[in-house]
Design a protein around this ligand. Structure first.
Ligand code: KE4
Length: 423
């Protein structure tokens, strides 16, 4: 394959944009080489600037549940465009979307739309602190909730990929309000509540981790978080920015039968456009301005184009429940291509091949993965036209657009690439 154009664009990009990208994980620092510059996408495929074609398993990091340029999403955006791009005033479609989210995720009795997952988690944390009058939050090592100052502590995703311990620029006072514990460790959580229980505003968790690679909750873990937060008048926040509408139509809370106090959403609800949301119990969310004193705002919140795309996405999900079996089975087929010595973690249509034979249940065990072997695997897959997340500590995503032929080709490429990586 020829990557000349991407190489030229990357050189030019680095003279205008930090690291040449607008989000660190896109720079391929975790795998080396030059990131591909993408020209267009269609269905399950993307074309890079050199005209190389790939089967896409990033899907914009989760939003593209239906693949690139799904007709229902495109039509909704085109129709919205006939009415304008932004008004900075309420619109009927924002009510439609909030009501649809509430119907699909009943724990979200009131919903506020924002523009990114980071805004959603930052706002949910502020609401939890304001509602409880407490300052401390618990997060889990390797979980990533966006670049919120107080949560950039032992975070996952790009922070894990770049091997950054934390991030400079976060005042000590901010990170001091965050207790970071090992994921799936109920004993550590119980001890934290013994030590700080009356000061803990909330526990925020990715109910299925996607940002240290895919790591499911251990049996009973989420239930233990629900019990212990309720017992201490702390709030349980499910960060479902990645799992929302992905692992089930009602998200991980539906899949595991847990009702959090607050939930954050993103990615899928915009179908690829910038939109996210947070919401939860009415008695909590009523504290959000202007109905209450906890301030949060956004110029483009509820943007008509993004809301229209989101409505089309959720309405498609509601009328096509069969898609979950379809792409879950497709992902299971991918998982089966892994040889001995590779640990596969999968929940629905999000999955990670870990280059370690040992079970991966938290960040420490995820870090046992041999990233050099992952790098060789990643580039061998690129050479075979398969576009995977450029990091061992990310999840891949399968959409409704991935065909049987795509999967067969991917399984063949994976088998060859595993052999190359393990040579
Ligand atoms: P954004 O601010 O990037 O929209 O959302 C942050 C976020 C919050 N919560 C969870 C569970 C998330 O997965 C994310 C963002 N996920 C990463 C993928 N690992 C986005 C990719 C990137 O940073 O470029």
């Amino acid at each position: 394959m020829n990557f000349t154009k991407s190489q030229q664009l990357f050189e030019r990009a680095q003279r205008a944009i930090p690291g040449g990208v607008n989000s660190p994980v896109r720079a391929w620092r975790g795998v080396g080489g030059t990131p591909l510059f993408i020209a267009r996408g269609e269905g399950s495929h993307i074309l890079d600037a050199d005209g190389n074609e790939f089967i896409d398993y990033i899907g914009s990091w989760g939003p593209l549940l239906l693949g690139h340029r799904h007709p229902a999403i495109i039509a909704a955006i085109e129709e919205a465009l006939t009415r304008g791009t932004s008004f900075g005033a309420p619109t009927e479609q924002e009510i439609d979307l909030a009501e649809t989210i509430r119907a699909m995720v009943p724990s979200m009795e009131l919903v506020r739309l924002v523009n990114s997952g980071t805004e959603a988690t930052m706002s949910a944390l502020r609401v939890a602190r304001g509602f409880t009058g407490r300052d401390i939050t618990i997060k889990f090592e390797g979980c990533y909730h966006g670049h919120v100052d107080s949560l950039l502590v032992k975070a996952g995703s790009g922070v894990a990929t770049l091997g950054l311990p934390d991030s400079p620029g976060v005042p000590k006072g901010f990170s001091d309000t965050t207790i970071t514990l090992p994921f799936n460790n109920t004993v550590a959580v119980a001890q934290a509540f013994v030590n700080h229980g009356t000061k803990i505003a909330a526990v925020i968790v990715e109910p299925v981790c996607g940002n240290m690679g895919c790591i499911p909750p251990a049996p009973g873990f989420l239930e233990s978080l629900r019990k212990i937060t309720a017992a201490h008048d702390s709030l349980l926040i499910f960060d479902e920015v990645m799992t929302g509408f992905r692992v089930a139509a009602g998200g991980a809370q539906a899949l595991y039968g847990i009702k959090p106090d607050l939930t954050t959403l993103g990615k899928v609800i915009g179908g690829g456009l910038p939109i996210a949301a947070y919401g939860g119990r009415q008695e909590i969310m009523e504290h959000v301005a202007p109905s209450g004193p906890i301030y949060q705002a956004g110029t483009l919140s509820g943007n008509p184009l993004a809301v229209s795309a989101g409505l089309a996405m959720l309405r498609y999900i509601q009328s096509h429940p069969e898609i979950y079996k379809q792409f879950n089975d497709a992902t299971a087929e991918l998982a089966s291509s892994a040889p001995k010595g590779i640990t596969v973690n999968r929940v629905g249509s999000m999955m990670t091949w870990f280059f370690t034979p040992a079970p991966v249940v938290d960040y420490d065990t995820a870090k046992h993965s041999e990233t050099n072997r992952f790098k060789r695997f990643f580039h061998a897959m690129i050479e075979r036209g398969i576009y995977l997340p450029p990091s061992q500590f990310e999840a891949l995503f399968v959409s409704t657009a991935h065909s049987a032929a795509d999967l067969a080709r991917t399984v063949d490429a994976a088998r060859e690439s595993f052999a190359i990586a393990n040579a």
